[in-house]
Ligand binder design. Structure first.
Ligand code: IPT
Length: 955
């Protein structure tokens, strides 16, 4: 027997039925609306058809049901669990069928109309986002069902409304045919996760309107035409415009750009309603093979943004959205790709208002089909094309009036197919004023730009030179990296190397870091949970935590680095008293910035003032003379630090916010030197040398003055980063794995000799892992002038070293330490290929604050270029400068931890002083560190001078 069940719609490829045609999202000036957000009654079933639809009927008693917050995801409110898989479908691939186990949430809300709700006109019920499929009843009447999780759906409901006790029933299925189109790399989070709103639609109000506002950069005029399905008038008081809908007008305007987002407020007045307009005039075009806005090529300094909140998932409130935009603006980011679905529409309002270029991406990804060589891919199967076109239309119609949106993207990682071409054709037919993006279209058949993800530096350079081949069409097109710089864990490294390439070739129009924020879920057990923490049978662990922000939106060092790498003003010099200042904005001159100088000697500021810099036009450079160094400056290592600050408050940051900076060394550093005047003296159990004592048998350092030191020895291991470990599918060598295979995390230290010379204590060792013949002959040479102790470490590799070292330096334990002071790079961590943001200066911190809290613990917290540091009563000077790290756990403990909560402070503080670190790279989903950032296993010598710190404040 075959039968059609009442839930047949769930597995139907159709986008749904009953909904109104899509249209823009806006807050009407005068039509009433009623938010239906809040607490709803909720019942969870295991299958789509476990319950009949009687709950939708008036009078149904849901008093015994649970409650959930709408917008929200039920799995984050105590009902079921989130699932993270990355690209694998968490159910058998048999499109469009989904499993019988299909968590289904019945949602119920009873509402009264406000007293002033007009009796006339219609009403529309709007859902801004429901994952993944919903059926809706109002007052017992089935009004339709829909799929398309991050897209709006509206239903005409005026005829069903009552003044009181309206019963709105929504049945939400976690899995549906739509799930096959929504295989983005993120948590699967069912629920009504965006707003639900009832909108009054007065008679004679517009349903659909399209604001066309272009800018002619030659004449400086804008042309406005507002098309509306209901005739009306358009007024823009700031421009003296008062025109009929459908009628164009050309007037002098300030254009809209992400750098200067000029919006003109206007009104579209139809017989029934006044619709507020925020008009930005700009023209997007492909010309001379470049993406141009208002006649100029744009360089994208972008990020990929998923919507994320550590407690609320993808149910973002307005403040969180605003925080995202403010954080982007404050970190010099000028573009956002809404990976991989249209965001909450209010986010685009913020992009219009505060200024960001937007690639608006459709809610479409079928990545899991890659596992079957893309067979049965819905985008190449005509049965699914109506669903794809529905998705394209819902995005374009909703977002078409945003000046910030300059590019439509068909989706992400959906292979290739006729359905994508159909989407592209439909979009071009509907909106010819924007460009089209889709990364999977390698021949650029349907797109206006060649786009790739994670291409390495060399390939990007070849593309810049036009040597990448490809179809004829592609060779004529500009290039963007829609994803690069995989910000998982510690990293990404190599950003500045990409930026230099972007800036060298016109064809390269920048890129978008993957990604904005870690999708960690706040969790009592772990701090932040990631894939596998909810018992998923398939998952990709912490691959879901790969953002520039930690889940709580604290900027990671990767974001601080990116801000520096993409700063819009270059401040460079070579210490000869002049600076070269370059305006790297695409549109703005430098008049919004004020420049300051300061002069540091040994990291202490001894003078400061304002610097006059001409209001350079975009692309222009000027030589600017620095003042004379302050007459009072003492001798020492000196630097100029020059900053470009906001000259006045802006909507995104206050006056004096630092936009760009540069530091120029004036004089070289004097390396520490210790005259070897003392000799080692052998006692009963100890050897003494100057202020220090050593174990007489092993030569191990015991004390420096009153400071106990334990376990000082060569160290080459770091708790591997996500980028060291690399992604499983990477074909390039992954050093994290090789290092572990070779046993660099379990080096043995063989003692060969303890030699007492006239002026030195020499300890000879060989450091090597079990099972292998490779090793590091390591000699520790100790000397002293009676007050200070110098250690010179000489390392000579022996055997066939085919891998670089993770790190090279010494480590030791201190019994007590809290405060740290240092002169060198700071305030944050830095690694060889991520050190642009590190500023030379005097810094201080606590040991706890030196830690960077990566969601999965790993190597972190190294301060670069350290001249000297004081910790635990010890002063350490380096020759040459070194990387400084201190933590309350060992590297082994850090390496073993899976979550922050696995780390608990011990009594000792472990200090690493590194002569070198291997670069970070981006191999968790991209290229590893460039060769110049490899820490080769080769002969090395470095030294440290140890003494008691002058003040006890660093104990
Ligand atoms: C790429 C995806 O587009 C993105 O969603 C995310 O998964 C990212 O990788 C990794 O975090 S796809 C990958 C095969 C390059």
């Amino acid at each position: 027997m075959t039968f059609r069940t009442a839930t047949e719609y769930v597995e139907n490829v159709s986008p749904g039925s009953g909904a109104l045609p899509p249209r823009p999202w806006y807050a009407s000036s005068d039509a009433k609306s009623l938010s239906l957000n809040g607490s709803w009654r909720f019942r969870l079933s295991d299958t789509a058809d476990a319950e009949d639809d009687s709950f939708a009927e008036e009078g149904y008693d849901a008093g015994g049901w649970a409650e959930v917050s709408v917008p929200g995801h039920w799995v984050l409110q105590g009902h079921g669990s989130p699932i993270y898989t990355n690209h694998l479908y968490p159910f058998p691939v048999d499109p469009p069928r989904v499993p019988t186990e299909n968590p289904t949430g019945d949602h119920l809300r009873v509402f009264d109309l406000p007293e002033d709700w007009p009796a006339d006109g219609g009403a529309v019920l709007r859902f801004d986002g429901v994952e993944s499929c919903a059926r809706v009843w109002l007052n017992g009447t089935d009004i339709g069902e829909f799929k398309g999780s991050r897209l709006p759906h509206e239903f005409a409901v005026g005829h069903l409304l009552k003044t009181v006790d309206n019963v709105l029933a929504v049945r939400v299925h976690q899995w549906s045919a739509g799930s096959y189109l929504e295989d983005q790399d993120q948590w699967w989070l069912p629920g009504i996760f965006r707003d639900v709103t009832l909108l009054h639609r007065p008679a004679g109000s517009t349903l659909d309107f399209f604001v066309h506002a272009s800018y002619d950069h030659v004449t400086g005029t804008g042309t406005l035409r507002v098309d509306s399905d209901v005739d009306g008038r358009v007024t823009v008081p700031g421009l003296g415009v008062d025109i009929a809908t459908g009628e164009p007008v050309t007037v002098p305007v300030e254009p809209w750009t992400a750098e200067r987002p000029t919006l003109y407020d206007g009104v579209l007045a139809t017989e029934g309603e006044r619709v507020p307009l925020h008009i930005g005039f700009r023209t997007v075009e492909l010309s001379d093979g470049l993406i141009k806005v208002n006649g100029r090529a744009v360089l994208f300094k972008g990020v990929n943004r998923h919507e994320w909140h550590p407690e609320r998932g993808r149910a973002l409130d307005l403040e969180t959205m605003r925080e995202d935009v403010l954080l982007m603006k404050r970190h010099n980011i000028n573009a956002v790709r809404t990976s991989h679905y249209p965001p909450h529409p209010a986010f685009l309002d913020l992009c219009d208002e505060l200024g960001l270029w937007v690639i608006d991406e459709c809610d479409l990804e079928t990545h899991g089909f890659t596992e079957q060589a893309w067979r049965d891919n819905p985008v190449d199967d005509d049965r699914w094309t109506p669903a794809l076109l529905d998705r394209a239309a819902r995005m374009v119609e909703r977002d078409k009036n945003h000046p910030s949106v300059i590019i439509w993207s068909l989706g992400n990682e959906a292979g290739t197919g006729r359905g994508l071409t159909a989407m592209a054709e439909w979009i071009r037919g509907r909106d010819s004023s924007r460009l089209l993006h889709y990364e999977g279209d390698l021949g650029c058949r349907d797109t206006d730009m060649y786009s790739r993800m994670y291409a390495d530096h060399a390939e990007v350079e070849r593309i810049g030179r036009g040597l990448d081949g490809g179809t004829h069409k592609r060779r004529e097109l500009p290039f963007i990296l829609c994803e690069y710089g995989h910000a998982m864990g510690n990293g990404p490294g190599g950003l500045v190397d990409y930026q230099r390439i972007f800036e060298s070739y016109d064809r390269l129009q920048g890129g978008f870091i993957w990604e904005w924020i870690d999708h960690g879920i706040q969790d009592e057990r772990y701090g932040y949970a990631y894939g596998g923490d909810f018992g998923e049978e398939l998952h990709d662990g912490n691959f879901v935590c790969d953002g520039l922000l930690f889940p709580d939106r604290q900027p990671s060092p990767g974001l601080v680095e990116y801000k520096k790498v993409i700063e819009p003003v270059a401040i460079e010099g070579d210490g000869d008293g002049t600076l070269r200042i370059t305006n790297k904005y695409d549109f703005a001159d430098l008049s919004a910035l004020a420049f300051t100088w300061s002069y540091q000697v040994d990291g202490e500021t001894v003078g400061s003032g304002d610097l006059t810099v001409p209001a350079l036009a975009p692309g222009e450079s000027a030589e600017v003379k620095l003042p004379e160094p302050p007459a009072t400056a003492p001798a020492g290592e000196a630097h100029w630090t020059v900053r470009a600050l906001l000259a006045a408050d802006t909507p995104w940051a206050p006056r004096d916010h630092v936009v760009a900076w540069g530091q120029v060394a004036v004089s070289a550093r004097q390396a520490p030197s210790v005259a070897a005047t003392d000799g080692p003296v052998l006692g009963d159990a100890l050897i003494t040398l100057g202020p220090a004592s050593f174990d007489a048998r092993t030569g191990a350092l015991r004390t420096v003055g009153g400071v106990d030191v334990t376990g000082l020895r060569l160290d080459v291991w770091r708790a591997t980063t996500d980028n060291d470990d690399g992604a499983a599918w990477q074909t390039d060598v992954r050093y994290g794995l090789l290092w572990r295979k070779l046993g660099l995390h379990r080096m043995r230290h063989r003692l060969d000799a303890v030699e007492l010379g006239d002026d030195a204590l020499t300890v000879r060792t060989r450091v090597a892992p079990a099972a292998w013949e490779i090793g590091l002959s390591t000699v520790y040479r100790w000397t002293s002038d009676g007050n200070r102790l110098q250690l010179t470490v000489s390392v000579t590799p022996d055997g066939d070293w085919t891998v670089p070292l993770p790190r090279l330096g010494i480590r030791f334990g201190l019994s007590a330490a809290d405060r740290v002071r240092w002169f060198g790079g700071g305030p944050g961590e830095a690694y060889p290929d991520s050190r642009m943001a590190s500023t030379v200066g005097r810094w201080q911190s606590t040991v706890d604050d030196l830690q960077t809290p990566y969601v999965r613990p790993q190597e972190n917290g190294a301060r670069a270029d350290v001249r000297w540091a004081e910790i635990g009563g010890l002063r350490i000077e380096g020759d040459p400068e070194f990387f400084f790290t201190a933590r309350r756990w060992t590297t082994e403990q850090l390496d073993a931890a899976a979550h922050r909560t696995d780390l608990s402070p011990g009594s000792a503080v472990w200090v690493n002083l590194d002569h070198g670190q291997h670069g970070l790279g981006s191999q968790s989903c991209g290229p590893g560190p460039l060769p110049q950032y490899h820490l080769a296993a080769e002969p090395a010598e470095f030294s440290f001078v140890l003494s008691e710190a002058p003040a006890s404040e660093t104990r």
